[in-house]
Design a protein around this ligand. Sequence first.
Ligand code: SAH
Length: 260
Amino acid sequence: MSVTFGPGDLALLVDRKSRQWLVDLRPGGEFHSHAGVLRHDDIIGASPGVEVRTTSGTTVTALRPTLAEYVLKMRRGAQIVYPKDSAAIVMLADVFPGARVVEAGIGSGALTMALLRAVGERGHVTSYEIRQDHADHAIANIERFMGKVPNHRLCIGDVATDLDEDVLDRIVLDLPEPWRVAPAARRALVPGGIVLTYLPTVPQVQQAVTALEESGFGMLDTVEVLHRTWNVSGASVRPDHRMVAHTGFLTVGRLLVPAT
Ligand code: SAH
């Protein structure tokens, strides 16, 4: 990626009140908001971090979006995995450079991008998704941020019945009935491999843990990630009044090999 913005690049615009917009830069393009009109040509050729003036005289900062900023602003079809959870998933499932990973479903592609980054160019991610419309949407989101990704494969199908890969290092499941996937996960993972489920409710977690145990998974752990932002402004240093109180529970397990 070049140092300065070029045509076709993605820019995150941030106004004085920290409101954010994503813009695909094109020569001659204009961005219209309450803050006036901003010419794309004033950003193209400038360095990320640049402050640009709008026609109404206010300034807006243009940056390259981080992955977290991008996923919170991109078009959503299915509910996304939030950045706080994607970060924890990468660590709890130990998604390493070079890993072979299956995830399902692709949804809006938010978690997929975190996985693709974690496996790097030597790794591989296959996404299973039952809904073609979600898949199309997710691929558009991924390509807008990462371009075409050669080590990403999409399979339209039910991961519980259609999983056709083996020697997988990791399986990450963000779907409502991961217990249906436990037998396939057992066949597909390497011994010691890791499965992770992301589930919003306690009964789902109970059912998933039971099914994973029955399929030979052990060392099962369930956590939730509470992410509380703070207001730090002069003498006012305190937690923000509002937070996203609940997203999902992360359950992780390892495929064990019983003693003979
Ligand atoms: N992790 C995604 C969101 C996934 S939403 C993100 O961060 O953007 C859950 C997705 O799972 C939906 O798109 C749904 O269509 C898909 N899904 C549900 N059951 C499935 C199954 N058995 N196999 C494959 N995909 C499934």
